[in-house]
Design a protein around this ligand. Sequence first.
Ligand SMILES: *[C@@H]1O[C@H](CO)[C@@H](O)[C@H](O)[C@H]1NC(C)=O
Ligand SMILES: *[C@@H]1O[C@H](CO)[C@@H](O)[C@H](O)[C@H]1NC(C)=O
Ligand SMILES: *[C@@H]1O[C@H](CO)[C@@H](O)[C@H](O)[C@H]1NC(C)=O
Ligand SMILES: *[C@@H]1O[C@H](CO)[C@@H](O)[C@H](O)[C@H]1NC(C)=O
Ligand SMILES: *[C@@H]1O[C@H](CO)[C@@H](O)[C@H](O)[C@H]1NC(C)=O
Ligand SMILES: *[C@@H]1O[C@H](CO)[C@@H](O)[C@H](O)[C@H]1NC(C)=O
Ligand SMILES: *[C@@H]1O[C@H](CO)[C@@H](O)[C@H](O)[C@H]1NC(C)=O
Ligand SMILES: *[C@@H]1O[C@H](CO)[C@@H](O)[C@H](O)[C@H]1NC(C)=O
Ligand SMILES: *[C@@H]1O[C@H](CO)[C@@H](O)[C@H](O)[C@H]1NC(C)=O
Length: 376
Amino acid sequence: MIGMGGRHNWRLTSVDSFILCLLILLVQSIPAHQEGFISIKCCGGEGQTDSSSITWISDDQWYPDETGCQNIARASSDNYTTGHDKVRYFYLGNSEKRCYSLPTTPDRDYLIRGTFPFSNSVVGSVSSTFDVLVGVTPIDLVDSSGESQVEGIFRATDQYIDFCLVQETGDPYISQLELRPLSDDSSYLDGKDSTVLLKLVDRVDLGNNGIPIRFPDDPHDRIWTSQDTERVSLSAITTINNTISKTVAKVPLKVLETAITNEYSFQFLYIDLETRDCNYTIFLHFFELDDNVRPGQRVFDIYINNEKQQANFDIKENGSNYSELALNVTANGSLNLTLARVENKSKFGPILNAYEIMQVRQWVEGTHHRDGMYVQ
Ligand SMILES: *[C@@H]1O[C@H](CO)[C@@H](O)[C@H](O)[C@H]1NC(C)=O
Ligand SMILES: *[C@@H]1O[C@H](CO)[C@@H](O)[C@H](O)[C@H]1NC(C)=O
Ligand SMILES: *[C@@H]1O[C@H](CO)[C@@H](O)[C@H](O)[C@H]1NC(C)=O
Ligand SMILES: *[C@@H]1O[C@H](CO)[C@@H](O)[C@H](O)[C@H]1NC(C)=O
Ligand SMILES: *[C@@H]1O[C@H](CO)[C@@H](O)[C@H](O)[C@H]1NC(C)=O
Ligand SMILES: *[C@@H]1O[C@H](CO)[C@@H](O)[C@H](O)[C@H]1NC(C)=O
Ligand SMILES: *[C@@H]1O[C@H](CO)[C@@H](O)[C@H](O)[C@H]1NC(C)=O
Ligand SMILES: *[C@@H]1O[C@H](CO)[C@@H](O)[C@H](O)[C@H]1NC(C)=O
Ligand SMILES: *[C@@H]1O[C@H](CO)[C@@H](O)[C@H](O)[C@H]1NC(C)=O
């Protein structure tokens, strides 16, 4: 997909090193409400604090030139809830790249997220496609025909991480870039090492039919979407909700307060995944919202691509009404996640409150210490 090998010579000069040090100092001196968050609105937004108390900075420390700055005509804020109406274009030649270098602490886990608005919302724009890299690992190909967000989770191995755009056709662009250190109780990379990068495929708050939301009490500042009915086909389901007073969970309580259920079963079908053998980890978050359900009364099997991954799953079997599962699967092109009531045993059908699908990608080792901020 990306033919970078040998075609360009990325050099780190002492000027770049100086700029990097300067950037680290600048970024660290920014008073952030959420410790360690780096929140960048490209082409502006300096010092703005949004409704989630996140303080945003401009990217002019990385790219002072304003030539590539454009306004977004259609408010992408409706979907990504920050109200930022600018985008930075990079006018690049064949396969050139531009990076944002962000400071990290080695051995710490991070979430990194770039937002790329629908390019038709930018006056006079032509279509473009470009690769998005974390370090030197490609994680996505952005196509300007749709609005997109690209998110990766990784363990830092160095003092910085590069987030890069590599030109394919037309001009690459970016509107927002966010880096969030994950707290120690995050289990995304459990059992995995620093040789992998998780690419977010979908993160769904079931039973919530509104716009994507970030919850101010989410230490990882994740964005939870509602079920995309075009992408995922569901059999008849019922939405249920309840108020949760308190519980120890890996996701915000608000995410657990809504769920879907069906008397017998329901399924999620993803048919547009990469067509090659890829590894995925699927995180399932369960909370028994119905206090009338006792242990042994809601028991279900969990299938992925027709293989039973969990038999007789019972959320309440250990006395808690919260449970989570991480399932590893290899899939080529499609994923069918099905939850089905255990026949003749369970009184109630399956319930699911939220899920996340992550593609497990091998981290590509850089052959050089780091990519320069500017192409030489
Ligand atoms: C929000 O997302 C939905 C579904 O992806 C899309 O149809 C809609 O146009 C988007 N709205 C905005 C304002 O981006
Ligand atoms: C999933 O894979 C990770 C390593 O990638 C491993 O540590 C974990 O135990 C696996 N989980 C299951 C349920 O197999
Ligand atoms: C919870 O469910 C009730 C009906 O059972 C509904 O009226 C209400 O809007 C729901 N609340 C949320 C937050 O979905
Ligand atoms: C969850 O469990 C606690 C303690 O067992 C219980 O008090 C609570 O009512 C349960 N349900 C909800 C919806 O929080
Ligand atoms: C993945 O699926 C595609 C299309 O069905 C097929 O051509 C390809 O051989 C499959 N790859 C593997 C590794 O099975
Ligand atoms: C998927 O996981 C298996 C087992 O952990 C590993 O051997 C294989 O290389 C992985 N495949 C990819 C494409 O990462
Ligand atoms: C999804 O998996 C379930 C359980 O294995 C199966 O019954 C169902 O037919 C599958 N759906 C599709 C569309 O393959
Ligand atoms: C209950 O505890 C056992 C043993 O620790 C564990 O294997 C199982 O997954 C737990 N069940 C649930 C629903 O969390
Ligand atoms: C469930 O019970 C019905 C009626 O007794 C029986 O026909 C069926 O085979 C049972 N199913 C299973 C999976 O035991």
